[in-house]
Design a protein around this ligand. Sequence first.
Ligand code: HEM
Length: 127
Amino acid sequence: MLHNEITKKNLKSLVLKFYAKVIKDDLIGPIFTDILGKELTNDTWKAHIQLLTDFWASIALGDFAYTGSPFAPHVAFRERLSAQAFDRWLELFSKTLHTIFEPAIAELFHVRGRNIAGNFMRNLNIH
Ligand code: HEM
């Protein structure tokens, strides 16, 4: 059943399902698995999944748990990023959103994700 409510629990499901798709992806999967490992159940991934759950909760719910710098770590692997990689990220994010949330909520997150991806690309000078 698709959710029509944004809760931290639903956001955690979103993040988990998203990365389950991401690590299988031929284009962007290796960027993640080289840095975080191959198993979503390892401690590095668990911490990343919690971090990203908190990140989306800070955006969607005004939750205060996330205190990081979203853009900063991406600079370290700038040479592995491209417009195609960001397109793929957004495609997988959108597909996952529509398995978790009703279309109206999925679309809100999609727009947020697209805007942030656009900011990252501008800051990384990716066209
Ligand atoms: C192709 C596109 C992307 C790739 C390959 C990518 C990859 C990664 C990786 C590997 C990390 C972990 C870095 C580390 O722990 O050292 C990370 C962190 C993160 N990413 Fe991305 N990312 C992408 C796009 C995005 C987008 C579009 C967003 C937001 C909508 C995003 C949000 C974040 C956040 C919030 C963190 C955690 C930052 C912190 O440490 O506080 N990423 N990303």
